[in-house]
Write a protein that binds this ligand. Structure first.
Ligand SMILES: C[S@@+](CC[C@H](N)C(=O)[O-])C[C@H]1O[C@@H](n2cnc3c(N)ncnc32)[C@H](O)[C@@H]1O
Length: 459
C-alpha cells in the first residue's frame, strides 16, 4: 500500500471532515482511472472499436473517450503511432470541456505539455489556431511530437516563459488555458513521484507560481475572452485561494459557470461559486480543480494582426507543386510559408512569432537539401485524411508489414506504385512515408519514433 505524507493526510482530514475516510479508501485501495481518446480525424469510433476492442466502456462526458484498464501499454500500438488515439486520464479532459470553443478561436495553452488539453481544443478548431506553449524544452519536444502524430494543422508549438507573450499578444486570445504546474496531490493514486515530491513548502511555492502565470494570462485574453484555470491537486492554497486572489487583483474578471456536462461530472469547489472540483470518491477520475474566468473589460484592445508572408517565388511554388503533387491530392499553395529553410503549410492567419522560440508551426511539408533535392517531411504524412494521399499502401493490424514498417525495415510490396513516395497505412490510419524503388519501399519512418522491439502489444 502506498505511504502518504502525514502532513498531507492531516490537511485532507481537516478539509474533508466526515468524508475523509471514504476519500482515503478511494485513493489508497482503488485503481487509478485511465482512458483513451479516439482521434476521429483519423478513424471513425466504430471502426476503431471494431478493430481494437469492442468491450471498452465509454466515458460519460465525451463520446470519443473510453476507459482502459490501468495496466494496458499502448505506446507501441500502430493506432498510437498513427495518431488515432491519445492516452489521457479521463477527468484531465474536463477543463478543456468546460468552455465553448468556436472553430475560429485564437487559443493559447500556456502550460501545454504533453498536450492533452491542447489536442482536445485543436480537434474543435477550423479557421482558428492554438499556440501550445511549454516552458520545459524536453517536454515541449514531446508536445510537438504529439501534435504531429495526431495530425493537427492549426497549431504552433513554442518553448517560452509565459511572460514572453506579453510583447505581441496583449488582449489577443479568445481563450487562454492555464493547466498549472501544481503539487500533484490528485495524481497520488497513479504517480509515486508525486508522493515523493510532496511537501507543504512545495504547495506554497506552487501557489506563488500559479498566481504569477495567471497574472500574465489576464493580460493576454481579449474582452469577453476566457481563462480556464485548472490543477490536479486538492490544496486550497493552489485552487480556490489562487482564484480568489486573482479576482481580487483583477476586478475586470468574473468567474463563470462551466458547461453542463462538466458540471454534471464534477463537484462544487469549496466556498467558491462556479468553480468545480473532481474528487476520486465522488466523481470519475483523479483529483482536479477547474475555474473559468472571463474578461469583462470593455476597453480591452484586440489586435487584428497579419504576419508578413515571406515571399516564395513562382518558380519555387512550381517546384513544390511538382514534388508535393506526387504525394498529395491538393493543398493550398497560398498557405505555404518559408520558415528557417523549411516549407510550412499554415492554413490560418499566422500571428507574430519572431519573438518566440517556435518548435512547430502548422505542417512542415519539407525542404530542399544542398543538392536541391526536395526532402519530404514526416509531418505531412499525418496531417490529412487518407483520401488526400496519392499512393497509399494499406495493411490491416494483423499484417507483419505493419510492425516491420514501424521498426524501420524495408517493405516489399506487390501493389503497383507509379510514384516515388508511398504512404503506409493501417486500416486507413496513416503511419508514414516510404520511397518506392521497384516495389521495395525504403523506410522513411523517423528513427526516433521507431518501434525497435518490432512488435506491438495491447496488454
Ligand atoms: C499539469 S502540466 C500540463 C499538462 C497539459 N496541460 C496536458 O493537458 O497535457 C503543467 C506544465 O506546466 C509546465 N510549467 C512548469 N513551470 C511553469 C511556469 N513557470 N510557467 C508555465 N508553465 C510551467 C510544466 O513543465 C508542465 O508541463
Amino acid at each position: 500500500m502506498m505511504k502518504l505524507p502525514e502532513d498531507f493526510l492531516n490537511r485532507m482530514q481537516t478539509l474533508l471532515k466526515d468524508e475523509y475516510e471514504i476519500f482515503l479508501q478511494s485513493i489508497t485501495n482503488e485503481e487509478p482511472t485511465r482512458g483513451l481518446r479516439i482521434n476521429t480525424r483519423k478513424i471513425k469510433v466504430e471502426d476503431f472499436l471494431n478493430s481494437f476492442d469492442t468491450s471498452l466502456k465509454q466515458v460519460p462526458f465525451d463520446e470519443n473517450f473510453y476507459f482502459i484498464p490501468h495496466h494496458w501499454l499502448l505506446g507501441n500500438h500502430p493506432y498510437f503511432h498513427g495518431g488515432a488515439m491519445y492516452l489521457q486520464e479521463p477527468s484531465a479532459a474536463l477543463p478543456a470541456l468546460s468552455v465553448e470553443v468556436k472553430e475560429d478561436f485564437k487559443v493559447l495553452d500556456l502550460c501545454a505539455a504533453p498536450g492533452g488539453k491542447t489536442s482536445q481544443i485543436l480537434s474543435k478548431l477550423n479557421s482558428g489556431f492554438l499556440i501550445a506553449n511549454e516552458i520545459n524544452f524536453n517536454r515541449a519536444k514531446v508536445l510537438a511530437g504529439n501534435i504531429e502524430r495526431l495530425g493537427y494543422q492549426n497549431a504552433i508549438v513554442t518553448n517560452n516563459k509565459p511572460e514572453d507573450f506579453l510583447k505581441d499578444y496583449k488582449n489577443f486570445f479568445d481563450l487562454v488555458i492555464v493547466d498549472a504546474p501544481c503539487s500533484g496531490e490528485g495524481m497520488f493514486r497513479k504517480d509515486e513521484e508525486a508522493i515523493k515530491n510532496w511537501n507543504i513548502t512545495n504547495v506554497l511555492s506552487c501557489a506563488i507560481r500559479q498566481n504569477d502565470i495567471l497574472k500574465v494570462a489576464a493580460q493576454l485574453v481579449k474582452q469577453k475572452g476566457q481563462i480556464v484555470y485548472s490543477t490536479c491537486t486538492y490544496a486550497i492554497e493552489e485552487n480556490e485561494e489562487v482564484v480568489k486572489n486573482f479576482l481580487r487583483e483583477h476586478p475586470d474578471f468574473k468567474l463563470v459557470e462551466v458547461r453542463d456536462e462538466v458540471k454534471q461530472n464534477t463537484s462544487p469547489a469549496i466556498d467558491l461559486e462556479y468553480a468545480r472540483r473532481v474528487w476520486p470518491h465522488k466523481n470519475i477520475g483523479e483529483g482536479h480543480f477547474i475555474a473559468v474566468m472571463e474578461n469583462t473589460l470593455e476597453t480591452a484592445v484586440h489586435y487584428g494582426y497579419k504576419y508578413p508572408r515571406s515571399k516564395i517565388s513562382s518558380s519555387v511554388i512550381k517546384e513544390l507543386k511538382e514534388e508535393l503533387g506526387q504525394v498529395i491530392v491538393d493543398i493550398n499553395y497560398h498557405n505555404i510559408y518559408l520558415l528557417k529553410d523549411n516549407f510550412h503549410l499554415i492554413p490560418f492567419s499566422l500571428p507574430p512569432i519572431d519573438n518566440l522560440k517556435v518548435m512547430l508551426a502548422g505542417v512542415k511539408v519539407g525542404s530542399f537539401n544542398k543538392y536541391r533535392r526536395f526532402m519530404i517531411d514526416h509531418q505531412l504524412s499525418h496531417a490529412f485524411s487518407i483520401s488526400n494521399y496519392k499512393n497509399v499502401i494499406n495493411y490491416s493490424l494483423e499484417d507483419s508489414e505493419v510492425s516491420d514498417y514501424l521498426a524501420g525495415y524495408e517493405i516489399i510490396t506487390s501493389q503497383i506504385i507509379n510514384k516515388e513516395y508511398a504512404l503506409i497505412s493501417v486500416n486507413g490510419v496513416a503511419l508514414g512515408f516510404g520511397k518506392n524503388v521497384n516495389g521495395t519501399i525504403k523506410n522513411y519512418y523517423p528513427k526516433g519514433l521507431r518501434n525497435l522491439v518490432k512488435k506491438f502489444e495491447k496488454y
